[in-house]
Design a protein around this ligand. Structure first.
Ligand code: BYC
Length: 477
């Protein structure tokens, strides 16, 4: 029996879903023929280890407010990847742009078809990319608890790919199906066929990178999904709303992963009265700061150019709203509004007034930066509580940028515009060096004994789903 749309998810189907897939044979067949390709991709480019082990994973079983997740042991290739949309709101109207106040769309208007498809493809492309980037990390996990969290993030990114593929198959006909194939053919870091956005072609070679990626890059995901959740195309909005629920755990993995790293470093600094904690098995704060600088700056590039006609068009046509669009107290058209834009000029920084409509990538990025700053405050709170004077900081928005008004300029983490020679002389102090990466890699020894943790990271304060910290999160046999 098919599920009623918006209620519990039907697991008797080959593809679990709450979109009544059984009543649309064509779509069901199309997705069922994509499914083996997905599984082949998962086996070839997903986690390189523990594919056959039982992992204590969360699976979505409902989309309502209460009790949507079920935890149990599952082998990753048997994970029930499915299609889940948040419950529909029959009264929902477009919240912004030229269609404001009109009923939201249940199908794709012809004039927005290619732009909407592009947005869904860009979003979809990031999901498998992150799984590819993280595929070797299972070899060096600092604990079974962390190993399980890595795989949870991976299977859910796989599900987010399913979410976008459903939209492509369900609403974009043949070109949608072709795009869905291409999502499995582009690969992170591939010279000939790379992933679309820059940060998703970077490597995630160690667990410090993983935690900073989940803190900074997944957080871009949170904000981009937040704008797509406002879309006038209702299936996209409802898909993204449900994805955001899962995304919260990814944020948690990043925030607490860095918490625990900072905490361990602080303990070692106090115990040995030195900032040089490598010999004692910890990651020095200056190395952590350089990693932070890198991940923050490449994630900032994911917002696109500060001034973007694409962004203005997405908004005006209703395809993408602003972060918390419905809570904003303005006219939601922005035709006459302006915004401040800082940019480098003649060796310094100047601030111009620009049309707010054109500056929507910047609007979102500013919301993102404010959210990122909360983590830094939290980590500094840990340093302060340990009685240490050192502090971490977000680098300036112009630091190490490749996209937008700062591309081509050389801006220090403090926000000073310098010439190329100065940048080249000092960059080793600001971005991870080869030596940093090698030393961090040397600490990444796997710890697979229940309740034990690698030297460089503190245990978490609680376990997953109220299980103890020393729970058997991954069955090794
Ligand atoms: N790298 O007007 P512009 C996530 C392209 S993360 C390479 O400046 P626009 C996740 C751009 O595509 C969230 N190319 O920017 C996290 C455009 O090319 P086309 C992913 C870039 O269009 C962790 C051209 O430059 N979701 O979910 O206003 C784990 C000029 O563009 C980059 C989305 O991004 C770059 N960094 O905004 C797992 C939401 N930046 O189209 C998952 C959907 C720009 O002219 N995407 N370009 O050939 C969008 O809304 C927009 O495409 C962007 C760019 C915000 C990305």
């Amino acid at each position: 029996m098919a599920a009623i749309p918006g209620s519990r998810i039907d697991y008797s189907e080959r593809i679990p879903n709450n979109v009544d897939l059984a009543t649309d044979r064509r779509l069901q067949r199309a997705l069922e023929s994509w499914q083996p390709n997905f599984l082949t991709w998962w086996r070839e480019l997903g986690p390189t280890v523990f594919q056959e082990n039982e992992i204590y994973l969360r699976t979505a079983v409902a989309v309502g407010r209460e009790g949507w997740a079920h935890f149990d042991y599952v082998r990753m290739p048997d994970y029930r990847w499915g299609i889940f949309l948040a419950e529909p709101d029959p009264d929902r109207v477009v919240s912004h742009g030229q269609h404001k106040g009109e009923p939201v769309w249940q199908s794709v208007p012809g004039e927005y078809r290619s732009v909407l498809r592009r947005l869904i493809v860009v979003q979809g492309d990031t999901e498998p990319a992150s799984v590819e980037q993280q595929r070797h990390l299972g070899r060096t996990a600092p604990s079974l608890y962390d190993l399980r969290n890595l795989f949870q993030v991976n299977v859910e990114e796989g599900r987010h790919l399913w979410a976008m593929v459903y939209l492509l198959h369900g609403y974009f006909g043949r070109d949608g199906r072709e795009e869905a194939e291409l999502l499995l053919q582009r690969n992170s870091g591939d010279v000939d066929s790379p992933r679309i956005l820059g940060a998703f072609n970077e490597r995630t070679p160690d667990w410090l990178s993983f935690f900073l990626f989940t803190y900074f890059t997944d957080r871009d995901g949170k904000f981009q999904l937040g704008t797509l959740k406002e879309s006038a195309f209702d299936p996209l909005a409802r898909t993204c709303e449900f994805m955001l629920k899962e995304e919260a755990h990814h944020m948690f993995v990043g925030t607490t992963g860095v918490d625990r790293t900072v905490q361990r470093t602080a303990e070692l600094m106090k115990e040995h009265d030195t900032a040089e904690v490598y010999p004692h098995g910890g990651i020095p704060l200056d190395v952590l700061q350089r990693y932070l600088n890198f991940h923050f700056s490449v994630s900032m590039d994911l917002f696109g150019s500060e001034v973007s006609t694409n962004a203005a068009n997405y908004f005006t046509s209703g395809l993408k709203g602003r972060w918390q669009e419905t809570r904003r107290r303005d006219d939601h058209h922005l035709v006459d509004a302006s915004a401040s834009l800082q940019r480098p000029r003649e060796g310094g920084l100047v601030t111009d007034q620009v049309a707010a409509l054109g500056a929507l990538n910047l609007d979102l990025r500013d919301e993102y930066v404010a959210d990122c700053a909360r983590g830094v405050k939290r980590w500094n709170g840990l340093l302060e509580a340990a009685g240490l004077p050192q502090r971490l900081a977000l680098p300036h928005e112009g630091f190490n940028r490749r996209v937008g008004v700062y591309a081509g300029a050389h801006v220090t983490p403090e926000g000073r515009v310098v010439d190329e020679a100065t940048w080249n002389r000092q960059a080793d102090g600001w971005l991870p060096t080869q030596e940093d990466r090698l030393k961090v890699a040397s600490l990444m020894r796997p710890v697979y004994e229940r309740g034990k943790f690698a030297s460089w990271i503190a245990p978490p304060s609680t376990g997953i789903n109220r299980q103890p910290v020393d729970f058997e999160y991954v069955r090794l046999t």
